[in-house]
Design a protein around this ligand. Sequence first.
Ligand code: AMP
Ligand code: MG
Length: 364
Amino acid sequence: MAVLGIESTAHTASAGIVGEGAKVLGLASDMYRPPSGGIHPREAANHHVEVLPGLVERALADARLTPSEIEAVAFAQGPGLGPCLRAGATVARMLALTWERPLVPVNHCVAHVEIARALSGLDDALLLYASGGNTQVIAFGSGRYRVLGETLDIGIGNFLDKLWIALGGTFPGGPAIEAAARTSSELLPLPYTVHGMDVAFSGILTAALALSRRGASREDIAYSVEATTYSMLTEITERALAHLGRRDVVLGGGVACNQRLQGMVRAMAEGRGGQSFAPPRSLCVDNGAMIAWTGALALSAGAVSPVERSAVRPRQRTDLVEVGWRPAGVSGRAAVRASRGSSGGASRSPAPSASGSRSAARPR
Ligand code: AMP
Ligand code: MG
């Protein structure tokens, strides 16, 4: 079994090929880096269109496979930026038609969960998904992944990137803030915005910039911002664990590569008698292998889409996706009761799209 996966929800264009047991056979990624400021969806999409054919070739070469040995083509259907999603979907449709293989749409957030679940062997773990556009605590229950808590405004990664750029740095901000924070131990006061199992970051951004105007160093701001926001994420993860009576946590998303966040979540999980697991960096950030693996799982449940019904879904929520490849599970009821449901307002939708939501039957 070998499935190809195409990822293109935001900055990263990636092609991955996985075999049985989520074994990564080939993976090639290329990140769009804006010359200044934040991401421009159309420029990122142009980047993805340019690089994806070469990335598919590299992944095939890595895997030492020919297209005839690929069983299916999976792609990230959403959530994400409309133009970026359409770039990846177009490449995936073209390959599926040319190679005469099934086309499998995959939810990007579910893919982060599934790759972490496969690599960790922690079957009933909660996912703390901390990336550029998404910040969610997710648990499986009664046939779907349920969102227990999430950001009420921007994703944690976008927050870190905006802050660092405003402080004179460049994208991506998260790793630079991690490096700067290592040289400080000065905890400056910042708002701590946890609402139940939800979090918010924009007030912290305003407060951190005010500290900078009053002369605080970038290092002290970096240290304080990490301490505050990663505590918030650890707290909502712990609350979700306690609520569901579960013990284990897996991490996903670019911000989950952060050593300090990993350490805080590990200490919390171990303190409760559980474990935590973060995939290696190449599989924690956005990547085609997680799309391929989730595509393989979805294929096993028959979740194939004809091209004419493969429209991208920029605002597709995690909890809208039927997870036909997992037994519904008895522990799921509490997750359903605790979840936010799928009717959150626009401000709660992950990965805001420049082009709005799409419900057209026509592929875009
Ligand atoms: P993703 O959206 O999952 O591709 O992740 C991209 C985001 O992860 C960007 O906002 C980066 O700033 C952030 N990021 C990457 N590495 C780190 C790190 N070591 N610490 C914190 N944030 C990070
Ligand atoms: Mg992601």
